[in-house]
Design a binder for this molecule. Structure first.
Ligand code: FES
Length: 156
């Protein structure tokens, strides 16, 4: 449209042009948002596989300390022995609960003894065990990505 044509448009044409311009503006804003969202990475960092614990926070001898976020339990067998057992059921991955006789899975009822050996239910394997490393500065480090033989205790 030329300038002299714009000055001669009637009210209906003005509203149609205004509506079209508004729709184009909204579409441009929406596509800008979609492009921005596409270019920005959506990243979710899970829980780190290694975590540390002060030696003063270790459980009492004969007891265990559960770390719900990491789904492991630190077991103190004696004054100088630590072990880490996974709380992830080997059937379909539910988190097992600690019971008087060991561990029990709330999903399908698998039962494990206190060392993670299957004693009932559909679970096909013993609960996993992980490494514990003593660090300088009176700390221990637990690595939940590791896998060691069951009943592996580390000297502290
Ligand atoms: S997930 Fe534990 S018994 Fe099925």
């Amino acid at each position: 449209m030329k300038t002299d044509e714009l000055s001669n448009i009637n009210r209906r044409e003005f509203l149609v042009l205004g509506s079209a311009a508004s729709c184009l503006g909204i579409a441009a804003l929406a596509s800008t948002g979609a492009i921005y969202r596409y270019l920005m990475p959506v990243v979710s960092y899970g829980i780190a596989s290694k975590f540390r614990l002060e030696a003063s926070a270790l459980p009492e001898v004969g007891d265990g300390l559960v770390f719900p976020d990491q789904k492991v339990m630190l077991i103190r067998k004696s004054d100088h022995e630590l072990g880490v057992i996974s709380l992830v059921c080997t059937h379909l991955g539910c988190t097992v609960a600690r019971v008087a006789t060991g561990f029990q899975c709330p999903c399908h009822g698998s039962q494990y003894d206190s060392e993670g050996v299957v004693v009932g239910g559909p679970a096909p394997q013993t609960l996993a065990w992980h490494t514990v490393k003593v660090l300088p500065g009176n700390e221990v480090e637990i690595d939940t990505s590791s896998r060691v033989d069951e009943n592996t205790y580390y000297k502290i």
